[in-house]
Design a protein around this ligand. Sequence first.
Ligand code: ZN
Length: 299
Amino acid sequence: MSEHTVIKKILITAGTHGNEMSGIEYLRNLQSNAQIHAQLVAQTTDIDIELAIVNTLAVARRARYVEEDLNRQFSQEKLSVLTGENLEHQLAVEFNLAFGPKYEPTRDLVIDIHNTTSNMGPTLIILQSDEFHQQMARYVKANMPDAIVLIEDHIPYKQHPYLCTIGKTGIMIEVGPQPQNVLRPAAYLQTEEMTKLVITFCDLWNKQALGELDVVEAFRLTEEVYFPLCSAGNKLAMIHPSLQNNDFTVLNIGDPTFLTFAGTTLGWEGEDQVYPHFIGESAYYHLNIAFALSRKTLI
Ligand SMILES: [Zn+2]
């Protein structure tokens, strides 16, 4: 995104994962409650805002997805077919035609709302660290000091398979902790607050009225860490109690990381000064992913 790109059309999505209720409830309210909708559009004078609850069948089934994770279907390869191989693949193809297309985008910004079972707090996930996203991160953090900024720019923006990449730019709002299929008030309120701040930011960006914003702390994704497994593929350990719920707290060599079911503490054997997040995320448990790692940075 160049410095002078104007944001005219924003698409806000939820229900990309059908059991993440804060975004789903917020969008339901925006769609059905004129007062709540008015509160959102009051953040801007000239941006067109569209709303979409994406995987309605998964929402009805109270499941993350029906056949495959929808938020991994928006790669160039998967979008290059006319007929998908499963329900979510087909949904991605159709959604890309309706609101994309990814390689000739018609929406300037896609905000895709998620929640996590991990104790990540209100997290703004940006996939690029150019001027626009740098300013967005600074603005959100200045107005919501508890917000976490997570940067996933280890690959070029359009190489991500995420739904939000059908926009000229796309971001995700990821709030936790919230169990699947329930609504926690803190997660709802933080989701609403961060969404409004992003809209307000875009309005001020368009008007070149942001002023000077301070550099803020952020975290840059580096890799995922797996549970130790036995040769049969079963987990040998759980997340160590002292690591559980400590998302975005520094992990140094030797710090307790896993506790084996036999009672042995396994210390961290990776690099110093890393910051785990998505610790024990429910949707990753069956994939044997224990947490993701990031490095602290400034943006
Ligand atoms: Zn999600």
